[in-house]
Design a protein around this ligand. Structure first.
Ligand code: SF4
Ligand code: SF4
Length: 303
């Protein structure tokens, strides 16, 4: 039976889950709640950004080196109103080229030691009005007004100064309210133990929540810990079709895993990019470039 994309907007984890939450395993002492620092990107500022010179990967890399070389933390969790963040991250999904191979999903799960059903980026099979199938990758939309954040009773969800919504799993108490609040089904619950993970390149923190923590909620993090060193997220890097672009609204540049660099605002405007479920008021920072005949708001999800 067909259904509209993400029809189950208010998922309630059901009996398919292997075991009920045990109330959470013993956790480390709660850290203070990271201050929420919403950073809004006005249209004028977005469209007025200038293309940073050079190839995108190089440009992003150079920006990352500046960050990595300084005293700044890997992921800024707050910003001063007088000191704007260096980046405002976004993602572009060029639906015209997605072949549904799910290498993005696999690469993400491999890098973050996730179970197979913990899809930080999922790929849905869709059917348009003409009955034709296409594929729709769905990472976290990194909403500018993320409904998942304010509903958390312990402030475990927060948005970084650079526009990335994260979960502090050392604070999460597993209420799953945020899962119900997300209209994109971008969150899941860790019902069981995580996959064992070897020593990681980054500390276990919200920007690199590896391994995951039983009894908490997980989601896509845009590989936030990797961005300061100029690396694009795993899904972007491993997509063989160049479908996924990491974008920076601040420098107005986007790059994909094939090395293509575009001026972000032009790329979006010239290709009639759309946002998904804009009517929800979430202001997602994930942009979709539809192909012929695709309408994300009315097409049905078939797999
Ligand atoms: S790896 Fe690229 S082509 Fe394959 S499903 Fe993901 S976005 Fe589509
Ligand atoms: S897509 Fe869902 S999880 Fe991601 S920021 Fe938006 S509401 Fe939160």
């Amino acid at each position: 039976m067909t259904r509209r994309p993400f029809e189950q907007d208010r998922p309630v984890p059901g009996p398919e889950r292997p075991e009920a939450p045990s109330g959470g395993e013993p956790r480390a002492a709660r850290k203070p709640a990271p201050p929420e620092a919403p950073v809004r990107m006005g249209r004028r500022r977005f469209l007025g950004g200038a293309l940073a010179g050079g190839a995108g990967v190089v440009a992003l890399g150079a920006m990352g080196e500046r960050l990595a070389g300084g005293a700044q933390p890997a992921v800024a969790v707050q910003s001063s109103p007088s000191v704007p963040a260096a980046h405002q991250w976004a993602m572009v999904v060029d639906l015209r080229y997605c072949n549904g191979c799910k290498m993005c999903t696999t690469a993400c799960e491999t890098a973050h030691y996730l179970h197979a059903d913990q899809t930080w980026i999922d790929v849905f099979t869709m059917t348009n009005a003409a009955g034709e199938n296409y594929f729709m990758p769905r990472p976290c939309m990194m909403c500018e007004d993320p409904p998942c954040v304010p509903v958390c009773p312990v402030s475990a969800n927060f948005r970084t100064a650079e526009g990335i919504t994260l979960v502090d799993q050392s604070r999460c108490i597993g209420t799953r309210i945020c899962m119900n609040a997300c209209p994109y089904q971008a969150r899941y619950f860790n019902w069981g133990n995580p996959r064992p993970a070897p020593r990681q390149p980054f500390p276990q923190e919200p920007s690199w929540p590896v391994p995951q923590v039983k009894g908490t909620v997980g989601k896509c993090v845009f590989c936030a810990a990797m961005l300061p060193s100029g690396k694009v997220p795993e899904c972007v890097a491993k997509c063989p079709m160049g479908v996924l672009y990491l974008g920076d609204l601040e420098s107005d540049v986007a790059v994909n895993g094939l090395g293509a660099t575009v001026k972000l605002s032009d790329f979006l405007a010239e290709n009639d990019a759309v946002k998904f479920k804009e009517s929800y008021g979430t202001h997602p920072r994930c942009y979709y470039i539809p192909g012929h005949g695709q309408d994300l708001e009315t097409d049905t999800e078939t797999a």
